[in-house]
Design a protein around this ligand. Structure first.
Ligand SMILES: [Zn+2]
Length: 289
């Protein structure tokens, strides 16, 4: 009888643990990169529509998006290193603060924010009521991205973020994928991924010989752009550059077996890139626990 009771109690706690787990994976997912811990912070999952694709043929759509839609998401990422709390992009600011709270991080504990570019789904969480959301953070912004937004008449939201963080802003020049350059901070290098916006930048994380590339908006429609990297999207500022950098970076991560994380990759937003030997192009293999 006593044994049965213990057994039932175990089942009860196990099912509770499973429920909590299911809730926690709804919005966050954690992945180790050496001594770094990368966490996906989901701002939402959804379906994108073929109307945003530029250069997708009917045949491509029949094969990879037969109903005219594809899985999509908006993500930010958090990186815990042995000495810093790093946020990579700030999403819309929708689930961001609750997601951070769920991993024990209050906004004042964020030491560094790395921005891939300054579209609203990446800088939405940077300000709250016009004030910096991350009062103690140093902000890293690619110089060409800053220059693009500061040109007369461009997005007010980007200008507001630049102004609010002006004393904390570190402008830098990204390096080319595979090139040599000084890290921005220990274990973090900015990699040029231009085209989606003129300064769009990926961040290479390196710890204890392990690497991972957080590639921002290198893709918006994984289902189509992995097999066909030549397909662009309507919100690419310079589609030809976006295509060229997508091809270059896919080649680089595949050849070097570097896992990737993306701001518009469906949950868990992290995985590996492999060549598709049969169909051509690439496939994405989502990370599992
Ligand atoms: Zn985006």
């Amino acid at each position: 009888m006593r044994k049965l009771f213990v057994f039932l109690l175990t089942i009860y706690f196990m099912s509770t643990a499973v429920n909590m787990y299911a809730q926690s994976v709804g919005n966050v997912f954690t992945f180790k990169v050496g001594s770094f811990e990368l966490t996906l912070l989901s701002e939402g999952q959804g379906q994108g529509n073929k109307g945003v694709l530029v250069g997708a043929t009917d045949e491509m759509l029949r094969k990879y998006a037969p109903d005219g839609t594809f899985p999509n998401a908006t993500n930010a990422f958090f990186v815990k290193t042995p000495d810093r709390n790093i946020l990579i992009d700030a999403g819309y600011g929708r689930n961001l603060f609750d997601n951070l709270q769920s991993i024990g991080i209050t906004p004042d504990k964020v030491d560094v924010v790395l921005l891939t570019h300054m579209h609203g789904d990446h800088i939405g969480g940077m300000l709250r009521e016009g004030r910096p959301s991350f009062p103690n953070a140093e902000i890293y912004l690619p110089q060409p991205e800053r220059d693009y937004w500061m040109t007369e008449g461009r997005g007010q939201q980007a200008r507001d973020v630049i102004a609010a963080y002006k004393d904390k802003l570190h402008l830098f020049q990204p390096i080319e994928a595979g090139g040599q350059g000084k890290p921005l901070i220990a274990g973090v290098t900015g990699i040029a991924a231009y085209g989606h916006t003129p300064g769009h930048t990926a961040y290479l994380l390196e710890s204890d010989g392990n690497k991972l590339l957080v590639w921002g908006d290198l893709t918006h429609a994984m289902a189509i752009q992995m097999p066909y990297p030549q397909v662009a999207v309507t919100y690419d500022v310079t589609p030809e550059d976006a295509v060229a950098y997508r091809k270059k970076i896919l080649e680089y991560v595949e050849a070097n077996k570097i896992p990737v994380a993306g701001m518009h990759i469906a949950f868990p937003g992290i995985g590996a890139v492999a060549k598709d030997a049969v169909a051509g192009g690439y496939v994405f293999i989502p990370a599992t626990r």
